[in-house]
Ligand binder design. Sequence first.
Ligand code: GUN
Length: 292
Amino acid sequence: MQILDGKLVSQAVKEDLKNKTDILIKENKKVPHLAAILIGNNGASETYVASKIKNCHDIGFKSTLIRFDAAVNEAEVIEAIHTLNEDEDVDGILVQLPLPKQINEEKIINLIHPSKDVDGFHPISVGKMVQGLPSFISATPYGIMLLLQHYKIDTVGKHAVVIGRSNIVGRPMSILLSQNTNPGNCTVTLCHSRTQHLKEICLQADIIVAALGIPGFLKEDMVKPGAIVIDVGITRIEDKTKKSGYALKGDVDFENVAAKCSYITPVPGGVGLMTIAALLTNTYQAVLQKNN
Ligand code: GUN
């Protein structure tokens, strides 16, 4: 069994971006600038956004954080997005999800200009991705593809089972794995909460992507020997032994599943770090596209 090390690979991606950014600075060219909108005080969202901003700083990108109170009205958020869309210095815009219930997620995502949609959530980005055209790809599935690519994992003709059909992970993941690309060329089964015989389907899988958000869901008896297991789950579980008061738990029962796998991603240290590396890659790409 080999660990797919998100820390190592994300560091390599960031190192490469830092070198490219150093060149931009040296040549007096535009430095990538990511703007993040964070609404409310969701602990996990705070941590993710803080990490996105810190990573921008580490590799030499500019960043802007716009915070709103949980009770903000939708019009104020819309106004902020319009301002960022029009700001020539801003290359990428993200609105951290989930949003408070008075704010319509679909409306907000649709307002981000597609040329700055570094999260890859806008229908134009998704439509291009589905057609295999160059586009911003949602950061978590994109990060998983970068991880598979780094380890030169042969996915051609393999049966990939994706558990979870969210717009930001499961659904785009299923499309990317099915495309005529490398990695890709899988036969994909997309499973969800209404799927029957999930265990039997998982037992047929060469690759399993667990993205349903239920800690420890994927058990040893659901995994074929030699399978590749990608764990997207990242749930906070109360743990008084930790300074933060919580531990991060994936969707895979790692302790029991790992020995059966050919490759597996750990939590933490797996997909989560790749998500940020992919977001930064999209932001760099946004600058290149502007210049072309
Ligand atoms: N919430 C959970 N994952 C993500 C992500 O990749 N981007 C944004 N904007 N919000 C999220």
